[in-house]
Design a protein around this ligand. Structure first.
Ligand code: ADP
Ligand code: MG
Length: 308
């Protein structure tokens, strides 16, 4: 149940009531050892389920999990996935609300401080919590879990870090993990273009390809699929024609572009046979004249906005 985007308070990116259909993908997408996921989930459930009792301990949990590591290693995806899986575990006891917050939207002096401040800030930001009153929040807090991600743990306030119940350090994927990410990414492609199914099952080629991606983060590995699809025009027009050569070329170019090659054809050499009736009469001021269907007019406008 998403609230309308413009109804959310500033700094709040999204609100979801979980568990929900179609929210399983995040957790499943991140390939890490089994123990890593289990530890993370156990930590979350411990606080969400038993926070009230545990708050009686001298070493009470702060309900804070920090996911740290280089960009593109799956921290944000894992945090989202954790919310769904924890909500699945607790579904019989009630719904779980996931609130995604962009801390950069908050005043800078609030950053890097303890959970108390984060809570105060939440109370100020989210009317539903504010409406409870500060004492109520304190009572309800044991069942609130904060999961935060950082690309640069050295910059995180030590007092904040010491309050974390768990600091999980993500690393760049090793060759075996890269291979599994590639397998997953190609598998997803094959769902859309079933002709690619044999590629998703070709372990030997995938391992060979993974070796070329050493040192890459998971995001870049997943993007290699897009780079492979964009190596040749004919493949970008018909992804079912994707070949291993496209993957190896894309990996050799490190997902980027090689500034080399012959003379590029002109636009009309590339696409000589677009009929005149599909050409729009564009006056350069956002107005479209002529015998065009509303559908075309709309697409044309969108195109122009995104290109200018
Ligand atoms: N270990 C991994 N296994 C599978 N996919 C990964 C992994 N690490 C990153 N990715 C993919 O990379 C993309 C970026 O992940 P994200 O969670 O935004 O990373 P971060 O928050 O660490 O920058 C996502 O599509 C994610 O699925
Ligand atoms: Mg992130």
């Amino acid at each position: 149940m998403d609230r309308a985007r413009n109804a959310l308070p500033p700094g709040v990116l999204s609100m979801h009531v979980l568990p929900a259909e179609h929210h399983d993908r995040d957790w499943d997408a991140i390939i890490v050892p089994r123990e890593v996921k289990e530890r993370l989930l156990a930590q979350a459930l411990l606080v969400l389920q038993h926070g009230r009792k545990l708050s009686m301990l001298s070493g009470l949990p702060h309900g804070l999990i920090v996911l740290a590591g280089p960009p593109g290693t799956g921290k944000t995806t894992m945090a989202r996935g954790l919310a769904q899986v924890a909500a699945l575990a607790l579904a019989r006891e009630g719904a779980t609300t996931l609130i995604e917050i962009n801390p950069h939207a908050f005043p800078s002096d609030m950053l890097g401080e303890s959970q108390r401040n984060v809570t105060r800030l939440l109370a100020e930001t989210i009317p539903e919590i504010a409406a409870l009153g500060i004492d109520e929040i304190a009572k309800k807090l044991p069942a609130v879990l904060f999961v935060t991600t950082t690309n640069f743990i050295q910059a995180v306030d030590a007092a904040f870090l010491s309050r974390a119940d768990l600091v999980m350090r993500f690393a760049l994927p090793d060759a075996a993990t890269i291979a599994r990410i590639l397998e997953s990414a190609i598998g997803e492609l094959a769902v859309q273009w079933p002709a690619l199914q044999p590629m998703a099952a070709d372990r030997a080629r995938i391992a060979e390809l993974a070796a070329l991606c050493e040192g890459w983060d998971g995001r870049r590995v997943r993007k290699l699929v897009l780079a492979a699809l964009a190596q040749r025009l004919e493949v970008s027009r018909d992804p079912a024609r994707l070949a291993w050569e496209d993957f190896f070329e894309a990996a050799r170019k490190k997902g980027g572009v090689e500034w080399a090659g012959g003379v590029a054809p002109t636009s009309r050499e590339l696409f000589p046979d677009v009929p005149k009736e599909l050409m729009h009469d564009d006056d350069g001021h956002g107005h479209v004249h002529g015998p065009h269907t509303p559908v075309h007019t709309h697409q044309h406008d969108d195109d122009k906005k995104s290109r200018s």
